[in-house]
Design a protein around this ligand. Sequence first.
Ligand code: C2E
Ligand code: MG
Ligand code: MG
Ligand code: MG
Length: 281
Amino acid sequence: AAKAAGGNRWQWFDPGMDRAADEAARLAADLRQALHRGQIFALYQPIVDLTTETPVGAEILMRWDHPEHGLIPPDIFIPLAERTGTIIELGRWVLAQACRQSAEWTRHFGAAAPRRISVNVSAHQLADPAFLTTVRDILAETGADPTRLMIEVTETAVLNATSAAHQLDALRELGLRVALDDFGTGHSSLSLLLDVPVDVLKVDKSFVSGDYADQAGAIVVRNLISFTDDFGIDAVAEGVETPAQAARLRTAGYHYAQGYLFGRPMTAAAFEALFTPARAA
Ligand code: C2E
Ligand code: MG
Ligand code: MG
Ligand code: MG
């Protein structure tokens, strides 16, 4: 929808402004009400098989449609939600949304349903002792198949939550998979991967299409795939924007990717249409 394609119209939050603190406090208050007021919604971005360029799954991404400011990017409102604790409620909502959608796609597509929906989980959720119970409750309520869900955590989240490894282990015992998101942007060492149980490494877009794409990024991308192969971890390349980038990843041995080239974050209906190729008339 037009909303979803709304680009980066966010110019309002300027930390240099005198009243920035006031405005941030007001925004935090707005965010606490946003869910009840129906301003939060979810989009799905395809994760594709690089060989066929067809979706095998999707990442669910939260959106906030503010009545005055329009679409506020998650890079603004997620950190705010984390600072104010609202992330627990928002995180529960997005997880439930993913589970409902997963159950619906299973009913709709049967065995051919998207293999997995990925859900971002923040450090605060991971550190919440009630998190596992929340996940179990949502699975029970929605009837979603846990093996069709993936939890995405960042290196920073894993480093900040003392019991992260234990939580992630417990999630994997429930059947969920765990992905390390934005890999390469945090301050952890590779030993994190030895300590923390992960199934998937998401190679950050800065190495694929961002600032480092043309120089060091090419080296990082090539080396990470041999690393993940040796460790038996799947790799997903993020931020693929051009056919040349996709070709480079294929050559390097990547099987999975995500990026504007294959699809922007879109509504569930748009994802279904993409997932079901229209039959020739
Ligand atoms: P992320 O988890 O790394 O999600 C991928 C981000 O990269 C998304 O931004 C997506 O729109 C963007 N992206 C995808 N393909 C491309 C591309 O080809 N080029 C470029 N330049 N960008 C691309 P989005 O939706 O704005 O989300 C930003 C971040 O906000 C996410 O990064 C994630 O850390 C956080 N986030 C979003 N939704 C949630 C949520 O439900 N819960 C939590 N805890 N965090 C969320
Ligand atoms: Mg993610
Ligand atoms: Mg990411
Ligand atoms: Mg990110």
